[in-house]
Design a binder for this molecule. Structure first.
Ligand code: GSH
Length: 247
């Protein structure tokens, strides 16, 4: 079997989800980090059907998206399983994974692009440990058009980010409830743990959000799953937008 190759964007939260699941399965892989926007051309050239990362080449197959990658990894390497055997718990884990994939990931992505558009300096911290082949200082200096492009196609507008922050308290409550019910944060981490924890870990790199998350059960799970998420973003969100998190 050829070594697996994982195509990512530096500091991408779903990218970390895929990398952590590969590690959990002890599957060796080469990580290739692509710069945002440029990634679209490269993935197309490689024959992946969609333009998103994570994109995985494994055993001659091309698998894209964290959920599809989780299922594929359980197929090629069943141990340790990413889904529990118990059918009822399995359904709950799948629901939590779907929530992470469809409802949690994108809002956090919108916040980071909104923040980077207003202050590009912290980008260097998010590039720490990445494998783009470009020196970090050069990547940061030339990133402006990429940040513009990514903010636009992720719709990281004031209106959207404000709405995302208003919805965040309920999302955090739901995640804490899943931990209390044993759906998340069990003895053995499952696909939903890997899915949601990376979004929360990325959110905790934002100085604005960390104080509202880090002491909650979901904040602790994020630290357990990925203790060294790269990046540090100084507070910059308007205070009024953070009000929903205070109440
Ligand atoms: N929910 C999907 C989506 C992944 C996704 O949107 N990844 C972002 C990076 S964090 C991306 O590739 N964005 C580029 C694009 O949409 O072209 C997954 O978990 O795989």
């Amino acid at each position: 079997m050829d070594q697996a190759k994982l195509y990512n964007i530096p500091a991408s939260h779903p990218g970390f989800t895929a990398a952590l699941m590969l590690d959990a399965k002890s599957i060796p892989f080469k990580r290739v980090d692509l710069l945002p926007v440029v990634h679209k051309v490269v993935l197309k050239g490689l024959g992946f059907p969609a333009a998103t990362v994570p994109a995985l080449k494994i055993d001659g197959r091309k698998v894209q998206g964290t959920v599809a990658i989780a299922r594929e990894l359980d197929r090629v390497q069943p141990e340790p399983p990413l889904l529990p055997d118990d059918p009822a718990l399995r359904e709950q884990v799948l629901a939590a994974e779907k929530f992470g994939d469809e409802d949690l990931q994108h809002p956090v992505r919108q916040i980071i692009w909104w923040l980077l558009k207003r202050n590009g300096q912290p980008m260097a911290s998010y590039l720490e440990g990445s494998h783009t082949g470009i020196p970090v200082a050069v990547a940061v200096k030339t990133a402006w058009p990429l940040v513009e492009g990514a903010s636009r196609y992720n719709k990281a507008t004031d209106e959207n980010v404000k709405a995302v922050l208003a919805a965040l308290p309920d999302q955090l409550d739901l995640l804490d409830a899943w931990i209390a019910e044993g759906v998340l944060d069990g003895e053995q981490l499952n696909a939903a743990d890997y899915q949601v924890a990376t979004s929360i870990a990325l959110a905790m790199t934002f100085g604005d959000l960390r104080p509202f998350i880090e002491d909650r059960p979901i904040g602790k799970l994020a630290k357990r799953v990925i203790p060294d998420y790269p990046g540090s973003m100084p507070p910059a969100l308007p205070a009024a937008w953070l009000e929903p998190l205070k109440s």
